[in-house]
Design a protein around this ligand. Structure first.
Ligand code: MN
Length: 440
């Protein structure tokens, strides 16, 4: 079985937007990620939010493009939805519509396109626009699909029994908080109950073990009716695409509150996502087999499919970068803390979606699923400071003589992701950055 690539993935394609053709660009013509933005005002009234497509260092304004440029009859209604900023309605329209728009935009932005002279007037520099969440997630669920994260964290909490017996059978998750999902920026250090020693009672105080988690966000496109599970062979038809996701975590609050019902206030104070939705269609050249050790249990039939075994996983390199306030003041650039890959997840996006709906639970367009922290097996591949600092026992050295076990006020955490493969043009997810603000 081969990944369903088409003319939009042709590595020879180039755009008349010249910055899209530069090596290392996150947003070449083969990517075409979808976001919601408005141009910076001229000091007057704010423009309405509208859909946009990132191309090179520009954003194609779909509100302008639907008016300024001729389009095929079956594409115009899709651009009408996106031009009005209604990304949920576009996502609900399903994969044939997503692919139709992708093909039309690929042709329109390609070198030699007849639409180029019209669309040149519909571009804004990315640096001159304000991004919004692509759509407000109605619901947010965070999974635990990173097995190396689960083993390392489990070892810290339960040295004798790091991986609980359910892990290789059932995708573990909890219901997160949709209202505090945002694009990053300032993230206020939470206060909560902290129990510092076995003898003393807990206190209500600012978190002292603030952490990030490197994850992918999976964005539901097409929902399912209550009571109607989505089978594995249809699961990807319900997923529009991915973004980066930082599941900010207060480890000291988490350690005290997590039993018996799982994370609560240690997670719900902030979750940050990158603003551009990279479609599963754009990721087609980077699909890979799901790799599992031979002696692990096979997935139960409702979590298994031929496609999932052969191409269910996605090869996305993931990185965490850090810039402290002192580094920023000294003009030092961010430093990379870790690099890992989404291939290290134990469960694929299709399995997470199929499992989520397997009891009849209904998902809706724009619902957000976090994969769980995507760490690699080696030291230096931990997707959280909890892992990199071995539970706070081993400080990480930073440029300029600083060290970290957990995040300090003024620290900026940046997540980045990109895909590379032979015969394909590199595409990127962009980045999400958040800076820790002092507790209020
Ligand atoms: Mn998480």
């Amino acid at each position: 079985m081969t990944a369903p690539t088409d003319a939009t993935h042709d590595p020879a394609l180039r755009s008349w937007v010249s910055s899209a053709n530069l090596p290392g660009c996150d947003f070449p013509l083969q990517n075409l990620p979808l976001g919601r933005f408005r141009p910076h005002g001229d000091g007057g009234q704010l423009a309405p939010w509208r859909g946009g497509i990132a191309i090179g260092d520009q954003v194609l304004d779909l509100a302008l493009a639907r008016q300024q440029c001729p389009w095929p009859d079956d594409v115009q209604p899709l651009l009408d939805l996106l031009g009005q900023g209604d990304l949920a309605a576009f996502l609900a329209s399903g994969r044939p519509a997503w692919r139709r728009l992708r093909a039309a935009l690929s042709a329109a932005l390609a070198e030699g396109s007849d639409q180029g002279p019209f669309l040149e007037l519909c571009l804004h520099p990315l640096a001159a626009v304000e991004m919004a969440l692509p759509l407000a997630p109605r619901d947010y669920t965070d999974f635990y699909a990173g097995i190396h994260h689960a083993v390392t964290v489990g070892t810290l909490m339960r040295p004798d029994n790091p991986l609980l017996p359910n892990y290789k059978w059932v995708p573990i998750g909890y219901h997160g908080r949709a209202s505090s999902v945002g694009l990053g920026g300032g993230v206020r250090r939470p206060r909560g109950q902290i129990k510092s020693s076995a003898e003393a009672p807990p206190t209500y105080a600012p978190c002292r073990r603030l952490d990030y988690e490197l994850e992918l966000g999976l964005w539901v496109g097409v929902g399912n009716a209550l009571g109607e599970p989505v089978p594995m062979d249809q699961a990807e038809d319900h997923l529009y695409g991915v973004s980066l996701l930082n599941d900010w975590s207060a480890r000291d609050m988490q350690a005290w509150e997590y039993q018996p019902l799982g994370p609560f206030l240690a997670k719900s104070f902030a979750t940050s996502v990158s603003p551009w939705l990279v479609s599963l269609d754009a990721l087609a050249p980077f699909r890979r087999p799901l790799q599992r050790p031979a002696d692990d249990p096979q997935p139960l039939p409702y979590l298994d499919s031929e496609f999932n075994r052969s191409l269910g996983a996605i090869d996305i390199t993931l990185e965490v970068w850090l810039q402290t306030a002192a580094m920023r003041q000294a003009g030092q650039p961010p430093v990379r803390l870790s690099q890992s890959n989404a291939l290290d997840a134990y469960w694929t996006p299709a399995q997470l979606l199929a499992h989520h709906t397997s009891n009849g639970c209904n998902l809706a367009p724009g619902d957000l699923l976090g994969t769980g922290t995507l760490s690699g097996p080696a030291a230096g591949q931990g997707g959280s400071l909890l892992e990199l600092s071995l539970g706070g026992k081993q400080a990480i050295a930073l440029p300029g003589g600083q060290t970290r076990t957990f995040l300090e006020d003024g620290d900026t955490v940046i997540l980045r992701g990109y895909c590379q493969a032979p015969g394909a043009v590199r595409i990127g997810l962009g980045e999400v950055a958040g800076t820790v603000l002092p507790a209020g």
